[in-house]
Design a protein around this ligand. Sequence first.
Ligand code: GLA
Length: 359
Amino acid sequence: MRTAFEAAFGRAPDAVANAPGRVNLLGEHTDYNDGFVLPIAIPQRTEVAIGRAPDGGHRVRSRELDETVRFTLAEPPAAGFGRYVYGCLRVFADRFGGVPASLDIHVESEVPMNVGLSSSAALEVATLRALRRLTGAHFDDVELARLAQRAESEHAGVRCGIMDQMAASLAQPDRALFLDTRSLATRPVFLPRGSALLVLDSGLPRALAGSAYNERRRECEEACRALGVASLRVVARSRDVERLPEPLRRRARHVVSENERVLRAASGAGAEELGALMNASHASLRDDYEVSVPMLDRLVALLATHPRVHGARLTGAGFGGACIALCEAGATRRVAADVMCRYAAAGGQARLLVAEAAA
Ligand code: GLA
């Protein structure tokens, strides 16, 4: 990393930091409803090296994209990876009264992009960590996650919840992170003994994810207005939800039932039960929240019906991207090979992203 920075900019960096991508075990589309989520860090990380530069504004180089972007705080770069880094510099400057006028920044990432494993949150958190180290500013990892979320929503144009940034900032790869997105309280949740996670990329583009995401957020807000509540977090499964007009009824039902599933999973569910909760989550995302697509359902069904799998679901915002399965420990590579082969026979092209995490 240091060497790559030196190769790009001709001197050593002043600070280096990294952050992981995440996969969400359970709790989808609940974070912007003040609800509960259960992400876990994946082994792949994003690294950021940063150095003060003599002048000329900021330069950000991405190894993966083989691209260098230049900008100043007054002139944001075009949409793309530079925009996330720009957002971080802006929120940092707003909060701490400025950033050095010229910085050189080198980014390397193993986190797969555009599959729902939060490569953008990993980039934001790694950038803010590097800035914290560079400047000596004092703030904790929860505030760092909040700054990262602001960078994304205010400067990269994605009205996301806080799950991804909290996960990149606080999650570990060997235990899940139970997060209450209203209080931001967290606690570790270990995977059931003898189980391990498998993450596959469905190979399906997530073209609809952005527009549908915003539409679902609007529908949840509308459901809250109709129910007279501040957020769906406070709604219990009730006749009130069932009386909402469609599609609000099904949208609210997903959020309410998904919160129940996360609470159940976080209170000591064994592998069988956790698997069943994951299967139920997928059905709810498919039927009530309507953020799946038929080929993704196909891949999830192939995973869920494999004899060595306890349960499976889509993970992330939906419409494509990654799926997660809870498997018997030691079986993830076997399961991946079997399922990828059957998915290929059905015309799909899956990719193995994570095997044996948290075994
Ligand atoms: C994206 C968002 C998160 C969350 C998920 C859906 O990953 O960035 O905040 O809303 O979708 O659970």
